[in-house]
Structure formats: structure tokens, C-alpha cells
Design a protein around this ligand. Structure first.
Ligand SMILES: NC(=O)c1ccc[n+]([C@@H]2O[C@H](COP(=O)([O-])OP(=O)(O)OC[C@H]3O[C@@H](n4cnc5c(N)ncnc54)[C@H](O)[C@@H]3O)[C@@H](O)[C@H]2O)c1
Length: 413
């Protein structure tokens, strides 16, 4: 039996962090409070594979307050906040997560939550969904699941397209109240939080190369500009390349950007975006960071193969001495905002996790009725999250008049 958490003695510190997050997640707390009296998840075992952060603790405590038994593991070997794991364990959640799991331990933690026979499986990146699909015993009890991120939705859709999907999965990532805010504003800010904590350098005046101009890349490029960087975007999609240019950024191939950048940030969900030939062209002193879900975007193996020596400069910052230059890698090339900082701010996760908890409830309330495929978050849930978020912030907007509603449906002026 492997260990379960790093240090139970950190529970008080974890509780303080939980309370701070709770107080800054009004949409989620209002969503939880609305259904707390009827405990709608009573008797449900929920397996959760998410980054173990203070924001996740608010979601987990919400699931518990709705009556669920919760089993938690991490969605990345380096993203667990050990004080949060300790706090949740002290509250009766079965936690299998600590910062610095080996790949074997990481997989074993996932198997531990599958072995309890969850009825609902929440995931971020689909490692747990894929593990559940690898063994029919592990998927036998699952009535449905949810998936938090772009890369995870791509993987679970691939399972669906291969005809192998074994239960319905709600693509939480694809809710408007998720990707427009979490992927863009959450990752935009928290990636710089990670890079700044790791390097403590000035961004103004530096050339920041952002690889990928999807929702995450857009957020990072905007924040880089806001901090005074010169921003270059690399893309493979002609629409996104054009959009980046019209948004006022330089767009060019990575082969051209490689020799110009001071800081490189990958945000594509694709592997091998920064490869050996690009690393070879980089200036001495360049910093590399990844914001995509998996550590496959920067070819760290190529970096390891060319280097002469490697050393730790600061927490989450490695120096790679190459024959003719020095390069720096943030957070081992893993998701920088979670490894070198604390992940997304609570206000953003408040929206994402409102979609998570309402999607889990939707799965429970529609047991046996949903087709085994990837489903979008129902529009009503997405809309409800947006309305609750506006209310929580005291923001009022207009409603269309009846005449406007009629006009929108008519061909007559
Ligand atoms: N760090 C976080 O907290 C966080 C949060 C949300 C999403 N993510 C992850 O970030 C990644 C991107 O998510 P997204 O929502 O922006 O996805 P997206 O699909 O909106 O954007 C990805 C973009 O990358 C581009 N791309 C693909 N291959 C490329 C290449 N070789 N070079 C340059 N561009 C390329 C695509 O054309 C696309 O525009 C995913 O792995 C996702 O799971 C991370």
C-alpha cells in the first residue's frame, strides 16, 4: 500500500486556504447552498481526479455537503498542494495525492479511486477516464463522468470515435462559462504567476513567444502584452494565425521565432511544439515554460540529451548548460501555473467548478438516460452559472423586450 498524503499535520494550514478560496468563490458557494438542504448526491460515490488545490477543496466540500462520498487523487504528479490534501483528509475525504508522485505512484493513486467503485468520475486530462476504460472492472460501476480540460475532452472524444466509450461524459471544458474565463483569464494570469515566482524577472521589454492561440494562448498573449512584453504568436491554424495578427501580435513559424524569443510559453495541447532544432536556435538565457495540460509540448528529452550539465537555480527553475549557451526550464516543462504557482485564481475556478458540480448532479439525476458519448454541458446549466456569477458580483444587465424578441425571429423590419 503506497502512502496517501504527504503530512496530515498540515490540515490547519489547509483549512485556512480552503476558507480563503471559499470566500472568493461566490458563484460556486451560491450554487452549492441552493441544493444543500436536499443533499441530492446522497449515497453516491464520486471519484475525483483534479489538481488538489484550495479551489478544488471548495468543490470537494460542496460534493460532500450534497451527501456524496468523495475519493480524490491528483491530475498531475506535481500540482498537489499538500496542506489541502491534509485538510480534505481531516474532513473525511479519502485522498490519494501528494506533491512529487513518481509516474508509478501517480497511476496507482488513480487506480485507488477506481477500485472503490465510483458511480461518477470527475477528471482533468482524462488519465482517470482512460484508466477506467482499460479495465472493465473499473468502469463497471460508473454511470457517467465529467471532463475539465481541452486535452481531456480530445482524448475522451477519441475513445468515442473508436467506438469504445463506456459511459456518458460531460465536457465541462466546452461550457462557455468555463473556457471563456478559465482557459483565457485563469491561465493567462496564473501562467505569469508561475513564471514570475520561478524567475522573479521583469517581463516588460522581453519578447514572449506564445505557441498556440487558442483560449489559453489568447489569455497568455493578452497578459504578456499587459506586462509590457513584445508578443509573438506561433500557430498551425490559419484562422488563429490571422486572428493573432489582427489582435496586434506578430505571427510567425516557431522556426523563425526560436532565435528571437526571451521567454517561450507553449499552450497548444500538442506534442513536440518546441523541438531540438528550435532549442538549438535559441538565444542564451532564454526561458521555456509550458501551460498545456501534459509535459509533451517542449521536448525536454531533447534538452536533456544536448545539455552538458543541469542544476537548480531556484524553486521550479532548472538551468540547462548547453555547449554554447544556457537555457532555463520552468517547472520541469509541466503545467507551469500549477507547478510553479497555485493554479487558477478562485474567482475563475468558481465558474468552472459550478459547471463541474452541476454536471455531476445532471449525470446522477439522468442515470440510465444519457447515451454513452461525450455530451456538452446542458445550455441551461451554462446559463445558470453565468446568471449566478453576475448576481454574485452585483452586476445587472438588460433583458430583451418582447418587441426585440419578435424582431429577432422575423424577416420583416
Ligand atoms: N494551464 C492550465 O491551467 C490550463 C487550463 C485550461 C486548458 N489547459 C490546456 O492548455 C492546452 C490548450 O488549451 P486551449 O483551450 O487553449 O485549446 P485550443 O484548442 O483552444 O487551442 C490550442 C491551439 O493550439 C494550436 N496548435 C496546435 N498545434 C500547434 C503547434 N504545433 N504550434 C502552434 N500552435 C498549435 C491550435 O491550432 C489551437 O489554436 C490544452 O492542453 C488544455 O488542456 C491548461
Amino acid at each position: 500500500m503506497i502512502k496517501q498524503i504527504a503530512d496530515p499535520g498540515l490540515a490547519d494550514e489547509g483549512e485556512a486556504a480552503y476558507r480563503w478560496a471559499y470566500n472568493n468563490m461566490p458563484t460556486l458557494s451560491k450554487t452549492i447552498e441552493k441544493s444543500i438542504s436536499r443533499k441530492p448526491l446522497t449515497g453516491r460515490k464520486i471519484g475525483v481526479c483534479l489538481h488538489v488545490t484550495k479551489e478544488t477543496s471548495v468543490l470537494i466540500m460542496g460534493l460532500k455537503s450534497w451527501g456524496a462520498d468523495v475519493y480524490l487523487c491528483a491530475a498531475n504528479p506535481l500540482s498537489t498542494q499538500d496542506h489541502i490534501a491534509a485538510y480534505l483528509e481531516s474532513q473525511g475525504v479519502k485522498v490519494f495525492a501528494w506533491r512529487g508522485e513518481t509516474p508509478e505512484e501517480y497511476n496507482e493513486c488513480i487506480l485507488n479511486i477506481l477500485k472503490v467503485g465510483p458511480s461518477i468520475l470527475m477528471d482533468d486530462g482524462s488519465d482517470a477516464h482512460v484508466a477506467a476504460h482499460d479495465n472493465s472492472q473499473h468502469s463497471a460501476t460508473i454511470i457517467g463522468g465529467t471532463e475539465e480540460t481541452t486535452t481531456g475532452v480530445i482524448r475522451i472524444r477519441a475513445l468515442e470515435e473508436a467506438g469504445n466509450i463506456k459511459y456518458p461524459v460531460i465536457a465541462v471544458n466546452n461550457a462557455l462559462t468555463k473556457f471563456l474565463f478559465d482557459n483565457r483569464y485563469g491561465t493567462g494570469q496564473s501562467t505569469f504567476d508561475g513564471i514570475l515566482r520561478a524567475t522573479s524577472l521583469l517581463i516588460a521589454g522581453k519578447r514572449v513567444v506564445v505557441c498556440g492561440y487558442g483560449w489559453v494562448g489568447k489569455g497568455i498573449a493578452q497578459r504578456a502584452r499587459g506586462l509590457g512584453a513584445l508578443v509573438t504568436v506561433t500557430e498551425v491554424d490559419p484562422f488563429k494565425g490571422l486572428e493573432a495578427r489582427f489582435d496586434g501580435f506578430e505571427a510567425m513559424p516557431i522556426a523563425d521565432a526560436a532565435s528571437r524569443g526571451d521567454i517561450f510559453i507553449t499552450a497548444t495541447g500538442m506534442k513536440g511544439v518546441i523541438r531540438k532544432e528550435h532549442i538549438s536556435a535559441m538565444k542564451s538565457g532564454a526561458i521555456l515554460a509550458n501551460a498545456g495540460h501534459f509535459d509533451v509540448e517542449i521536448d525536454v528529452t531533447a534538452l536533456e540529451n544536448i545539455m552538458v550539465r543541469k542544476s537548480t537555480v531556484r524553486s521550479n527553475l532548472e538551468l540547462y548548460e548547453l555547449p554554447n549557451k544556457n537555457l532555463y526550464l520552468v517547472g520541469s516543462g509541466r503545467i507551469a501555473n500549477l507547478v510553479a504557482a497555485e493554479g487558477h485564481p478562485p474567482e475563475v475556478m468558481s465558474l468552472s467548478f459550478s459547471n463541474q458540480i452541476l454536471s455531476a448532479l445532471y449525470v446522477a439525476e439522468n442515470e440510465g438516460k444519457l447515451e454513452k458519448r461525450v455530451h456538452d454541458v446542458p445550455k441551461e446549466i451554462d446559463q445558470q452559472v453565468a446568471v449566478t456569477a453576475l448576481e454574485a458580483q452585483g452586476i445587472r444587465i438588460d433583458s430583451p423586450t418582447q418587441a426585440q424578441l419578435d424582431y429577432a425571429k422575423s424577416w420583416q423590419l
